[in-house]
Design a protein around this ligand. Structure first.
Ligand code: HEC
Ligand code: HEC
Ligand code: HEC
Ligand code: HEC
Length: 490
């Protein structure tokens, strides 16, 4: 169901009867959304799984936006009712006739530059291609991966827009300077011009010596406008001009916002939910596209005034966990998981480097603790913690380092978990997940434990365990294996 239903107060009624019908249809969707309506108009809007209400109506032109995925191809599944998943949005995206829809992503897609994230980038881009994305923005490092290391051919990814990349860079990375598309609705047409800029200096992700040459984003955008004979300082009325920005730099966004010819700037935000940062009526409108792929946001533009942002209606649709999974995208995700397994990232110490523990400590495994703490061990065997690896096996994610990291002992350390065959005593959330490496303690029982190795909240965080904070006492009771009152975990 439509959550946002934000209706701009500036929405003006057009003169023509057809225009009025279109706007009324849009209004109806908005209002139905707000009051939890059950009625659909005749234009076959997408409905929630339960058919509860229309998500969006197939009228006017529709701009759909996503971005800032932070590597979240799909929600982890650690708690109930998580939003997101690149595989669960097809019916939202396809609710609108593709000829009248512009689908864009302002990136970034991945969070780090390790092997797992490289494979993930590939999965993201092939999914977006299948979902019909018109264009995406990438960071400099993502671009290098696509163009050089992964060498992803044009037909296996959507078009990459890189307005502030040098001409040579664009050739090398097969990116376009801007994208032009004409949307169609009946006899109506809407010309769109899409540009995209990336941060030229992202420490850690870009290597200026070897990487592509970047230009100043503001002048790169102005140059495109001048080349297209558009006056940068005046609002443009005959087409929709959109700028995608793959970072959250406020200062630069402010400068870009002074280019009045732009209708819309889409940038990265810090909140999960997309937001219309600057209300309609001011130019350009500024939108943050959300976080972690939890929503699809965008604008519905009435056919008679499509290039006017102040006639547009902003929407933000949560991707609910009961939405149908697209089998084609599921196949891509399964393939990605298979690659993790084949490359054996959980075990391979070259691809996933491991740290040494301080003071020569090492993990010894739950079985060793059992020899002296047998009744505690028996208690623990009945807790969910002991079965956390079985949980991953059940959902077939036992080869995904990002999951194993919390569902086993010490994955990131030299003496930690590697595989069910070689280190079965470190599968699951074991004694040492919380108490820390036990090597010194078992040699000399007087040796003090580093009591808080991992705080509950390091694993039970906002995403994985949203109720933890509120139900702290209950959570502690459920794993109680101590005689004295809690001393260290408070
Ligand atoms: C930051 C640590 C962390 C990461 C990373 C993590 N999990 Fe979890 N997982 C948890 C915690 C904590 C719980 C228990 C949540 C609760 O019950 O409050 C949990 C619970 C689960 C459950 C539900 C178990 C049940 O039957 O109740 C599943 C399924 C699961 N995780 C799968 C995954 C998968 C798949 C991944 C990787 C995509 C993953 N987890 C990554 C911490 C994590
Ligand atoms: C050789 C026997 C032995 C083994 C093996 C052993 N422990 Fe202990 N552990 C003890 C004894 C004895 C004490 C009580 C020490 C005391 O009262 O000062 C103890 C105390 C503890 C305490 C309480 C410390 C405190 O200061 O409150 C923790 C926690 C603990 N052990 C965890 C573990 C874990 C985890 C393992 C496995 C890595 C483990 N132990 C393995 C014998 C052992
Ligand atoms: C190393 C990561 C990690 C740490 C640290 C951790 N947990 Fe967990 N916890 C998990 C995972 C993973 C699960 C899900 C296990 C499963 O069902 O697969 C879980 C599940 C639980 C559950 C079961 C929830 C249910 O409803 O069945 C409780 C209770 C719990 N944890 C309490 C705690 C407490 C209290 C602490 C701190 C003292 C803590 N956990 C520390 C990872 C962790
Ligand atoms: C999810 C985290 C977690 C796991 C897993 C865990 N413990 Fe604990 N353990 C705690 C907490 C919390 C306490 C209470 C510490 C305190 O006294 O404040 C505790 C206390 C203890 C104590 C002290 C008992 C007492 O009477 O005060 C021992 C011994 C111990 N644990 C052993 C183990 C062993 C052995 C395992 C594995 C079989 C294990 N623990 C698994 C969190 C954990």
């Amino acid at each position: 169901m439509l959550r946002s239903g934000r209706i701009p107060s500036t929405l003006r009624l057009p003169a023509s009867p057809a225009g009025i019908r279109a706007v009324l249809a849009i209004l109806a969707v908005g209002w139905l959304g707000i009051v939890g309506g059950c009625q659909k108009d005749g234009s076959s809007p997408a409905a929630g799984q339960d058919g509860a209400g229309p998500l969006i109506s197939d009228t006017g032109y529709v701009l759909m936006l996503t971005g800032n995925w932070i590597g979240q191809l799909e929600p982890c599944g650690c708690s109930a009712r998580q939003l997101g998943g690149i595989d669960r949005r097809s019916h939202v995206l396809r609710a609108v006739d593709a000829r009248a829809r512009l689908l864009l992503d302002n990136g970034p897609l991945i969070e780090r530059d390790d092997r797992q994230n490289q494979l993930k980038l590939e999965a993201f881009l092939s999914s977006m291609r299948l979902l019909g994305y018109d264009g995406v923005t990438l960071t400099g490092r993502e671009l290098e991966l696509v163009g050089k290391e992964l060498a992803l051919a044009g037909e296996s990814r959507p078009r990459i827009i890189a307005t502030n990349l040098s001409e040579l860079g664009r050739q090398a990375y097969q990116a376009v300077r801007y994208l032009e598309r004409t949307l169609q609705r009946g006899q109506g047409k809407l010309d769109c011009l899409v540009m995209a800029v990336s941060d030229p200096v992202r420490p850690g992700l870009d290597s200026p010596e070897s990487g592509p040459q970047w230009l100043d984003p503001v002048s790169a955008v102005i140059q495109v406008l001048l080349d297209k004979k558009i006056a940068p300082v005046q609002p443009s009325t005959d087409r929709l001009i959109i700028l995608l920005v793959s970072d959250a730099n406020e200062e630069r966004a402010e400068k870009l916002g002074q280019i009045r010819a732009l209708d819309l700037i889409v940038k990265v935000g810090y909140a999960d939910e997309p937001d219309l940062a600057r209300p309609a009526g001011r130019y350009p409108a500024v939108v943050t596209s959300g976080r972690l792929g939890k929503y699809v946001c965008g604008f519905q533009l009435p056919v008679d005034q499509p290039a006017q942002m102040d006639a547009a209606r902003f929407f933000s649709i949560p991707i609910e966990e009961n939405y149908p999974r697209d089998p084609k995208i599921v196949r891509i995700i399964d393939n990605y998981q298979l690659q993790l397994q084949v490359e054996d990232l959980v075990r391979d110490e070259d691809i996933l480097p491991r740290m040494a523990l301080p003071e020569g400590l090492s993990f010894v495994g739950n079985d060793t603790c059992r020899s002296c703490h047998s009744s505690i061990h028996q208690n623990w065997s009945g807790f969910a913690h002991a079965h956390a690896m079985e949980t991953l096996q059940r959902v077939n994610r036992q080869f995904d380092p990002e999951c194993v990291n919390c569902h086993a002992v010490g994955l990131k350390y030299l003496s930690g978990y590697r595989s069910l065959q070689t280190t079965p005593e470190m599968a699951g959330v074991g004694c040492e997940s919380c108490h820390g490496p036990g090597s010194k303690h078992i040699e000399d029982r007087g040796a003090p434990f580093q009591m808080i190795f991992t705080a509950c909240e390091d694993c039970h965080n906002h995403e994985t365990s949203p109720v933890f904070e509120a139900q702290r006492e209950e959570y502690f009771k459920k794993i109680s294996h101590w005689t004295e009152p809690r001393r260290y975990w408070k």
